[in-house]
Ligand binder design. Structure first.
Ligand code: PLP
Length: 282
């Protein structure tokens, strides 16, 4: 089935979907994005993603190219035209096309791109055995709460993790705390049983999955604290996992080559994974 992508007002075959060389997203990473899950043909947690998109746009003073309602209609149409039921949708808004100059251009329309593809999530082996993470210095700018396409430090960290035989890099800030992964949020079940993740301040992306998993955990009556944890705490944790739209809840069973707990996915992690998957299907 040929893919269809939306670019600035038109739906085109994916291989013809192009933007201008002077698009500011291309030249300055002057752009924001979202990735949403499509389940059973529906866009999951649409409002939460659109709220975060508005946060990113307003933090960078980029105007919305279309209203929230029209954006939702475009996204739904991209899903329909691509004719799959389970997959991912990517949307990017840049400040637009203008002669290269660092300052904001006047009267430039923001660019909007929406694409989608089928996606199955992590492999059965990754879920059953858990994945490995490595810890690396967090070398990103000081506003990772803004979901910009300026992802080079994330790309380098993920590549480094891959070369070390790991799935994800957990980023460690200057105070020795794990902020999040290169493309996922980081959680542990600490030695005392408390579920911990970094607070959703300007130091991390406020993951949609993170927020929903926290709400689910609180609903289940788990002890939950949004407080940063150190690498040492992660290494002595009972369980660890990461969250993100493309992976939902994925167990972490090795950190820097050392087993987490018994080295197998833990019960809290797997319960949250099952319930969260059910929640998304509803
Ligand atoms: N943290 C970072 C740095 C990310 O890039 C992402 C997703 O792209 C996440 C966390 C997870 O966010 P979400 O659950 O909204 O997919």
């Amino acid at each position: 089935m040929p893919r269809v992508t939306y670019v600035n007002g038109t739906y085109v075959p994916h291989h013809e979907a192009t933007v201008h060389v002077e698009d500011r997203g291309y030249q300055f990473a002057d752009a924001v994005y979202e990735v949403l899950a499509v389940i059973g043909g529906r866009l999951c947690h649409l409002d939460q993603h659109l709220d975060r998109l508005e946060h990113s746009l307003s933090a960078l003073s980029i105007g919305a190219p279309v209203s929230r309602r029209v954006l939702s209609l475009i996204m739904a149409r991209v899903v329909r035209l691509n004719r799959f039921t389970d997959g991912m949708l990517y949307l990017q808004i840049s400040r637009g096309v203008a002669p290269r100059n660092h300052t904001f251009p006047a009267d430039t329309l923001p660019s909007l791109v929406v694409s989608a593809w089928p996606h199955n999530g992590p492999s059965a082996e990754q879920v059953e055995q858990g994945v490995a993470v490595t810890t690396l210095p967090d070398q990103r700018w000081k506003r990772p709460d803004i979901k910009t396409v300026g992802l080079l430090p994330n790309v380098l960290a993920r590549q480094s993790a891959k070369e070390a035989g790991a799935y994800e890099a957990w980023l460690v800030n200057g105070s020795g705390f794990i902020t999040e992964g290169s493309a996922t949020n980081a959680f542990i079940v600490a030695r005392d049983g408390t579920l911990l993740t970094h607070p959703a301040d300007t130091g991390v992306l406020s993951g949609v999955t993170r927020g929903n998993v926290l709400a689910l955990a609180r609903h289940l009556g788990l002890d939950v604290a949004e407080r940063a944890f150190t690498v040492a705490e992660a290494l002595t944790a009972r369980e660890a996992f990461l969250t993100g739209t493309t992976v939902t809840v994925l167990p972490v069973t090795r950190i820097d080559g050392k087993p987490v707990g018994e080295g197998r996915p833990g019960p809290v992690t797997m319960n949250l994974r099952t319930l969260y998957q059910e929640l998304r299907r509803k």
